[in-house]
Design a protein around this ligand. Structure first.
Ligand SMILES: Nc1nc2c(c(=O)[nH]1)N[C@H]1C(S)=C(S)[C@@H](COP(=O)(O)OP(=O)(O)OC[C@H]3O[C@@H](n4cnc5c(=O)[nH]c(N)nc54)[C@H](O)[C@@H]3O)O[C@H]1N2
Ligand SMILES: Nc1nc2c(c(=O)[nH]1)N[C@H]1C(S)=C(S)[C@@H](COP(=O)(O)OP(=O)(O)OC[C@H]3O[C@@H](n4cnc5c(=O)[nH]c(N)nc54)[C@H](O)[C@@H]3O)O[C@H]1N2
Ligand SMILES: [Mo]
Length: 705
């Protein structure tokens, strides 16, 4: 489609508000499912949200959280006006100011910092919305024009995506929806009942048709409890388990030698290591029965097609990237990718299938400048130790004070008096408490956007259903206005600020989000997107790698890497075998509860009223560990280590292993008794690949509170 027509058609999407009736929208949240939604509007007010029945994965239903999105939008605590801090940082005392004063204050300060050190400016943003327009569309252009410090977006998925890139060349794999046809499904470090319930519906469909379900998870998660088999390994030992499965496949003559020879490289080196990981050896290391490894390997070789759904829970520890590489090796060893249904292989992220336009954020505006990179997973260290220091921080689409590891250091950084902090938000979050200026942002019901997904192969549009509430402005508008204000102040010294890219409308940004000439967005796909608001990319569902064709340079699956060799079995940084375990003997993981979305929704009363892990912070302990510490069910306990502590209500259950504490996350600090959530305990250590966060690599102890 020619660009003018595309823009015109997108324009009609962005600007028509149905007075009464249903408005087509997309769920903005950081979840693999990215649902197509319908918003019922009455008298200019959104009154109900529904899943779109025409979208194959959404299939007419929304999760419990997002069906409350209108409650969140019309929440009495929504930020209404720009605010200026009058109290101490972190205290939460602010006064309302006008937008003029807010933009002037922010632009003056950014210009002042820029004049002596452009790298003194840093953005902190993640996937509060996954939309291309309200995400980094306009903001990315501004940071590139200014040449400010660049943020490494590592807090969630970078270890796994690096591992996937090393093995397969990109974040590609099975179409997750193809899983309905699998005969055996392994849920490896993922809890879809909680974290992407629409895929769970497809898995259930496969189960009803006779598929055998296995969960590999240290905790008997809601999903693991619904599987036929559950392997409750010690956290961070997945690579050893994968090697032991490979050991059995090799020993029992189950390798697909033809596939290995034609479509892979490095199998010999991988299999040599596997030969050392006998089931007995791995069983001892992983803390599981040897018979489970034998049974899983045998079933995995026999079932056709067999699918592995691995997700990010598996890679939040020291060896996360190599664990993903070792797991991805399994379908290549037995040729599961060959199955014509497309239900054989592995699915982590689908983002590599999306024909993204890599110039949306206009990195070319940097010219010859090469600003430093700073890692969001170590924001505590970045703000307290980096030289020259970060002097201005602009936070949007994220709540780092609550979600980043090692809260004490994060808070010390945000509390710096010489740091100027701006927070664009819906609510007065833990992070907004530390802002100098708070700017009220629109929600997905109030702005336009375009989306792709990381757990399915569709693209979606989001039409604003209602006008912005109060004085809220969209991220894209705020960054456009800031760019204009900075152009006035710095234009002659920073020519990139004059670029047209900084005047782009939301529709221009949407038109720049994808490569519309790519075959995956063929004419009919784009037409469908523009008429029904969502469309499946024209990517073959069936067996993308049956004949190789991986995204690596040579099209082969890579068992080894030229620099890093074969995947290693890394001990956790905070391993139960380490000296630290003498003082803090429990391993702690902090996965998501069902009705919160990272730290979003933590302030929605009707969700918090539901019983269970989203009601209040809890710590799940094995009966033996609880008895040893004299804590009883329902007591408040203190979970602690050298970095800090948090209070949580004790749940005693055999759903966890002896030696493993499970604390569901992420509640706001301000909602937690004692004022510190679980990230007071987590560390800023990084993963083997991708410099990702290691939230689930953490030793603690528990005492009565
Ligand atoms: N309801 C809800 N949904 C969400 C989110 C949310 O907060 N709430 N967050 C969204 C985001 S940002 C993401 S990244 C995804 C995350 O969703 P998933 O990728 O499913 O990952 P997690 O929920 O982090 O962890 C899944 C499981 O991994 C297990 N696990 C922990 N450590 C290990 C280990 O070492 N090995 C193995 N095998 N398993 C381990 C945990 O016990 C947990 O049950 O979910 C998204 N969806
Ligand atoms: N202990 C522990 N910590 C974790 C995790 C864990 O499993 N355990 N999970 C980690 C993972 S996987 C992730 S991805 C991170 C997620 O961490 P974040 O990306 O920070 O996600 P949220 O906590 O949901 O915060 C998103 C914020 O963006 C705001 N927001 C939403 N839409 C908009 C918008 O359009 N404009 C503006 N300006 N703001 C908006 C929301 O109000 C919300 O406060 O947390 C990590 N932290
Ligand atoms: Mo995430």
């Amino acid at each position: 489609m020619i660009r003018n027509e595309l823009q015109e058609r997108l324009n009609s999407w962005a600007h028509v508000l149905d007075a009464d009736g249903d408005v087509q929208a997309a769920c903005p949240h950081d979840c693999p499912d990215t649902c197509a939604m319908r918003v019922t509007v009455k008298d200019g007010r959104a009154v109900a949200m529904h899943g779109d029945p025409t979208h194959s994965l959404t299939d007419g239903t929304l999760c419990t959280k997002v069906s409350r999105y209108a409650e969140r939008t019309y929440h009495s605590e929504r930020l209404q006006t720009p605010l200026r801090r009058v109290g101490n940082k972190g205290e939460g005392r602010f006064v309302p100011i006008s937008w003029d004063e807010a933009i002037t204050t922010v632009a003056d300060r950014l210009a002042e910092v820029w004049r002596h050190n452009p790298e003194g400016i840093l953005n902190y943003s993640y996937a509060g919305t996954m939309g291309k327009v309200q995400g980094e569309g306009m903001s990315g252009r501004l940071w590139h024009a200014l040449g400010s410090s660049r943020l490494m977006s590592t807090i969630c998925a970078e270890a796994g995506s690096s591992g996937m890139k090393m093995s397969m060349g990109a974040s590609v794999g099975m179409d997750p929806e193809a899983i309905v046809d699998a005969r055996l499904i392994i849920l490896w470090g993922t809890n879809p009942v909680t974290s992407h319930v629409h895929l769970w519906a497809k898995i259930q469909q496969a189960k009803r048709a006779g598929a055998q379900l296995w969960a590999i998870d240290p905790y008997a998660s809601d999903s693991a409890q619904k599987c036929h088999h559950h392997i409750a390994l010690r956290p961070g030992t997945d690579a050893a388990l994968a090697y032991a499965i490979a050991h059995v496949l090799q020993r029992d003559g189950q390798l697909d030698h033809d596939y290995l020879a034609r479509h892979t490289t490095g199998a010999e080196a991988f299999l040599l290591i596997a030969s050392e990981w006998s089931p007995a050896c791995a069983a001892a290391y992983c803390g599981i029965p040897e018979a489970q490894i034998e049974a899983l390997a045998t079933a995995y070789a026999a079932a056709r097609p067999a699918a592995i759904r691995l997700n990010y829970g598996v890679q939040r520890n020291a060896g996360g990237g190599d664990a993903v590489r070792a797991i991805l090796a399994l379908p290549a060893l037995v040729g599961h990718w060959r199955h014509p249904s497309g239900a054989g292989g592995a699915a982590l992220s689908t983002s590599g299938w999306v024909p993204r336009n890599k110039t949306l954020e206009r990195p070319d505006l940097l010219g010859a400048r090469n600003p430093r990179w700073l890692n969001m997973s170590t924001i505590g260290e970045v703000l307290t130790r980096t030289v020259p220091p970060v002097e201005a921080l602009i936070v949007y689409n994220s709540n780092p004070v609550a979600v980043a590891p090692d809260s004490a250091m994060v808070r010390a950084g945000f509390a710096r008096d010489d740091l100027f902090t701006v927070v664009l938000e819906h609510f007065q979050t833990d992070t907004a408490h530390y802002a100098d200026i708070v700017l009220p942002a629109t929600t997905q019901l109030e702005h336009f956007d375009i989306h792709s997904a990381y757990g399915h192969l569709h693209v979606l549009l989001n039409r604003p259903a209602v006008a912005p509430l109060h004085l809220a402005r969209s991220n894209s508008r705020i960054f456009r206005e800031l760019a204009a204000a900075l152009r006035l102040r710095l234009g002659d010294d920073c020519p990139a600020l004059h670029d047209e890219a900084l005047r782009a409308s939301d529709v221009d940004l949407a038109a720049d989000a994808f490569d519309w000439n790519h075959p995956a967005l063929s004419g009919t796909t784009t037409e469908q997107l523009l008429t029904q608001g969502h469309a499946r990319l024209a990517v073959a569902r069936a067996a993308p790698f049956a004949e190789g064709g991986f995204r690596t340079d040579d099209g082969r699956f890579h068992f080894t890497h030229p620099v890093h060799g074969a995947p290693r079995v890394w001990p956790n940084r905070e391993s139960p075998d380490s000296a630290l375990a003498q003082t803090y003997p429990l391993q702690m993981i902090s996965p998501p509860p069902r009705h919160l979305l990272n730290s979003s929704f933590a302030n929605v009363a009707s969700l918090r009223a539901l019983a269970g892990d989203s009601h209040e912070p809890t710590v799940v302990l094995h009966p033996l560990d609880a008895a040893n510490r004299q804590v009883g069910a329902g007591d408040t306990a203190i979970v602690f280590n050298a970095r800090g502590q948090t209070r949580a209500k004790v749940v005693i259950s055999e759903r966890t292993r002896p030696g493993l504490a499970v604390v569901f996350a992420v509640f706001w600090h301000t909602h937690t008794a004692g004022g510190s959530n679980v990230n007071a305990l987590t560390s800023q250590a990084l993963t083997d690949h991708g410099e990702g966060a290691t939230f689930y690599d953490c030793l603690v102890d528990v005492k009565p509170g």
